[in-house]
Design a protein around this ligand. Structure first.
Ligand SMILES: [Zn+2]
Length: 334
């Protein structure tokens, strides 16, 4: 490690340690700028920084936790073992440990994973250590423009290698909501994905942004939706019209990002996902097909970014039932 790099690590740790907290945001920006210089190929620097932050007791900040995402595989593995040793010494590295465990669960024993809230559901899968396959929606312009921090904008999940075809995300829907009369928002139209995402239904997904509860839509043979009863209850909530349109492609999700936690990822990592495991805001909520006890299949999830905003800020989960051709849209928020 060069003298300049060591000095930069000292600077970040010193700025994060300083009081009072009133001047914290300015200092935090300085720290972000230093870290940003090392996001690409700076694994050795980031690993040394994380260790120094733990030694100084300033590791419980987003900046240090987000740095974990930029470590290469070798440094990530070193950090996994280092943190487990710190736990044995009685050091509180719980949040960092959760970040690392999400990315490399294979390096942690069952007992550790079982104690992390994000793994609450993990034993319910056929193979807990291999979550189901997933794809990420990759926006043509990279991370959405509403993200400010370099560790967020540059997060690997926004920049996974994606392949054609491209398709439109966002914009206005074709129909109005029978409950509130507002125009539906277009999420995405799933069609002609070249078989890369497996067998996908041809569906035009449109949703009422003013619904704070699960809402059901029937899709005709061409995929066009019609909202079905029970309609959402009247409420005072009115969201801003969502007219922003984006172009996206799909990327197969690498092993490292198969499991993403809403709590430690929202507005930081890309949570626009097709298939795989939902990143729940409020815990598992699998809807059933109306009038039956048949559980619906998780199809995709959208975060509150890129022109979308759910409830007070949260996620929208879409579920699908092939037999009835019904989707259920479940918002969860903080
Ligand atoms: Zn509505």
């Amino acid at each position: 490690m060069s003298d300049t790099k060591s000095l930069e690590i000292e600077t970040v740790v010193r700025l994060l340690s300083k009081t009072p907290r009133a001047t914290r945001s300015a200092r935090y920006e300085d720290c972000s700028a230093i870290v940003a210089r090392h996001l690409k190929d700076g694994s050795e620097f980031l690993f040394a920084l994380i260790r120094a932050a733990i030694e100084a007791g300033v590791h419980q900040t987003n900046l240090i936790e987000d740095s974990v995402s930029f470590l290469d595989d070798a440094h990530l593995a070193r950090l996994a073992f280092f943190l487990q040793a710190e736990v044995k010494r009685g050091v509180d590295v719980e949040d960092l440990l959760a970040h690392v465990a999400l990315q490399v669960p294979e390096l942690f024993p069952d007992s550790t994973l079982g104690s992390i809230p994000d793994f609450e559901d993990w034993r319910t899968h056929d193979d807990p250590r291999s979550p189901p396959a997933c794809h990420h929606f990759i926006f043509e312009r990279g991370a959405p423009s509403d993200m400010s921090f370099p560790t967020h904008r540059n997060h690997p999940t926004w920049h996974l290698p994606a392949t054609d075809p491209s398709f439109a995300i966002g914009g206005e829907g074709t129909t109005t909501c029978p409950a509130c009369g507002n125009a539906l928002a277009h999420l995405v139209t799933l069609d002609d994905l070249g078989g890369q995402a497996g067998i996908l239904p041809r569906l035009r997904l449109e949703t009422c942004r003013d619904s704070l509860e699960p809402t059901y839509y029937y899709h005709d043979v061409t995929g066009v939706p019609t909202q079905v009863a029970p309609f959402h209850s009247p409420n005072d909530f009115t969201s801003e019209p969502a007219n922003r349109k984006s172009i996206a492609r799909l990327a197969r999700t690498p092993q490292r990002w198969l499991r993403q936690s809403y709590g430690i990822s929202n507005s930081r990592q890309n949570l626009f996902r097709l298939g795989g495991l939902p990143s729940w805001v409020q815990g598992p909520q699998f809807p059933r097909v109306p009038g039956t006890d048949r559980e619906m299949k998780f199809l995709l999830q959208f975060d509150s970014l890129a022109g979308f905003f759910w409830g007070s800020g949260g996620m929208l989960y879409v579920f699908w039932d092939e037999e009835s051709r019904i989707t259920c849209h479940v918002p969860q928020y903080t």
